[in-house]
Write a protein that binds this ligand. Structure first.
Ligand SMILES: Cc1ncc(C[n+]2csc(CCOP(=O)(O)OP(=O)(O)O)c2C)c(N)n1
Ligand SMILES: [Mg+2]
Length: 410
């Protein structure tokens, strides 16, 4: 880890040095170009060419990942990408109000999601469709939010997957509180009768973006989790952009280095490497379960599509940046690895593609025929307990809607 002295930028004052410190217009548009490299500190187990690189520190966390397990990770990523593309298309056809693409972030989401145990809790932002998939949330259950018929359709306790949060960074506070609760309830740092770490110990993971790190909520979450030794993995997907704002405009430091200021470990992982994301997240979760949390993971990745379907990224970034990242595609490197090692035949890839197409067709069919939920549903899953005020609001709202139905009779 670098020293705090290295982190201090001298004041450039005025003159040429000051000008040099300012990014040029072209650099800003291209995300300052540094975005295409993760730096020497990047933890990687699979190169973009699909070669396995050894890691003395992290290999042991993926010892069980044999060829079959790797094919499983490949399948996960292909399925969620295919579903993501289908949803994007359905928004364009007016079937969804908006879609938030995950394109390019499959490895970060599948790798970290598959590291979780059933007893763990995950707090997503709004782009974590891949994590939802790993938590057993049916992709169809995500659609109501984007068709604007539902707040969130799944049982978050059963899946260990909290509702989506649109308010940037807010879920970090929710997760910090939840992880503090796990600690208070003694679900961390236990040992089984044989003296080994208890199998049932719990941890929490929270997902947020590079832009979210500029929010006060994230700072507060870091502070609370740190001082209470909360079993919380902060999983920052640095996809290089917060809508049109590049990461370089959010921080002077690589984001993972911020952890040091709060007193817990921070690590940067290749977010396009599913194996590395799995290994590093397993390590971080284990640290948390043992009572050594929290941990910050910065998954260095790239948002290959628009921020949402309402955004046009050609207004603020150059296509050569996207082209550079295409060479680091998270799915292609696993495909190359499977193929070059003889872990999968051509028929396997065809079969997965066919499965993904069928998956997307079912999604489309469901979306086109999605039932409208009854209007009173908006009141039914907001609070844990009913209340007279809520009952009154529901009755008033239903009477109001009824007024439209009977308006023509007058
Ligand atoms: C508190 C708050 N401020 C502003 C917004 C508008 N907003 C939506 S997404 C976004 C950028 C988030 O970027 P990042 O955290 O990097 O996540 P990404 O979308 O890249 O996954 C902003 C500013 C919001 N939803 N909530
Ligand atoms: Mg971002």
């Amino acid at each position: 880890m670098s020293s705090p002295e290295q982190w201090t930028h001298p004041d450039p004052g005025e003159g040429p040095a000051a000008q040099a410190a300012q990014p040029s217009r072209e650099q800003v548009i291209a995300g300052l170009r540094a975005t295409t490299e993760g730096g020497a500190e990047l933890t990687q187990l699979l190169t973009p060419e699909g070669e396995r690189v050894g890691s003395p520190r992290f290999d042991r966390y993926v010892e069980d990942i044999d060829a079959e397990a790797l094919r499983g990770l490949y399948r996960d990523m292909v399925l969620v990408r295919r579903a993501d593309r289908e949803c994007n298309a359905m928004q364009r056809q007016g079937q969804l109000g908006i879609w938030v693409p995950l394109l390019g972030q499959e490895a970060a989401q599948i790798g970290s999601g598959r590291a979780l145990k059933p007893q763990d809790m995950a707090f997503p932002s709004y782009r974590e469709h891949g994590v939802a998939f790993t938590r057993g949330v049916d992709f169809r259950e995500l659609l109501g939010i984007f068709r604007c018929t539902d707040h969130s359709g799944w049982d978050f306790r059963a899946h260990g997957f909290h509702p989506y949060t649109i308010v940037i960074g807010n879920q970090v506070l929710n997760a910090a509180g939840y992880a503090m609760g796990q600690r208070f309830e003694g679900k961390v740092g236990n040992t089984d009768t044989d003296g080994r770490p208890a199998e049932n110990d719990e941890a929490t993971i929270v997902y947020f973006g590079d832009g979210a790190t500029s929010q006060g909520d994230v700072h507060e979450g870091f502070v609370w989790a740190a001082v209470y030794d909360a079993p919380l993995v902060f999983f920052c997907q640095n996809n290089q952009w917060a809508i049109s704002e590049p990461t370089e405009r959010q921080s002077r430091l690589p984001l993972y280095q911020r952890a040091r200021g709060y007193g817990f470990p921070g690590i940067r992982v290749d977010g396009n490497d599913v194996l590395a994301c799995l290994a590093v997240t397993r390590w971080a979760l284990e640290e948390c379960r043992h009572g050594n949390g929290p941990v910050l993971i910065e998954a260095f990745t790239y948002r290959m599509d628009a921020h949402t379907t309402t955004d046009d990224p050609t207004r603020y970034r150059l296509s050569d940046e996207l082209e550079a990242w295409k060479l680091k595609d998270p799915i292609e490197r696993v495909r190359a690895h499977l193929a070059r090692n003889g872990f999968a035949e051509g028929s396997f890839f065809e079969q997965i593609q066919a499965e993904a197409d069928e998956f997307a067709a079912q999604l489309r069919d469901f979306c086109f025929n999605m039932p409208e939920p009854p209007p009173e549903r908006v009141f039914s899953q907001v609070y844990a307990e009913p209340s007279p005020e809520l009952d009154a609001q529901r009755e008033e709202y239903l009477a109001y809607l009824d007024g439209f139905a009977t308006a023509g009779e007058r």
